[in-house]
Design a protein. Sequence first.
Length: 201
Amino acid sequence: MRKLADAAMPTGRHRFISLFTLAVVVCGLALASANRADAGALVVNSQGDANDGCTTDPGGCNLREAINAANTTPGPDTITFAAGDYSLVPATSLPVIDGTQGIEIDGDNRVEIGGFGVQTGPGLVVSTDVAEELHDVAIRGLSVYAFLEDGIEVCAGKIVNQCTYDISAVEISDVRSTGNYGDGISMRGAGLSAVTVSVAD
């Protein structure tokens, strides 16, 4: 068996080729990630409903993609919206928002989410698995309407239709949730602490 110290090292032209190849690989990786939206600070810039990844390209990130990106990366996240008004009509239920890592969604009173295209389910759902506390959630400046269940549902430790764990540090403010077949805003858990809810005029 050859020892590592005895292995021949590339010299001359071969070393140049090795360094050039490494540079190409590094540049390729940098370009591939250049337009990927940073999890932690996600900006929605599309009214679409595709699900092929959230990027910083024009039209490259819709609400569905932003929620998925926030759910799949560790740590707290913020979801905001680029300039303009948004009227979103998802074709299917939006992903359940992970309520264990901390998330802030701020529509700045420019975002409407309508349930006309969704056959069942609530509008926005923030939830956790069994025996997990739901905490550090803020939803601001959204209008959620015409869903067949609750407009906004917050549920800690969900088991079937029961919410069995604690909710803390949750803010739902300046939100309109009307014309839904369930509650406008539903918040369920074993205990609530540091929770604020305010409805927009």
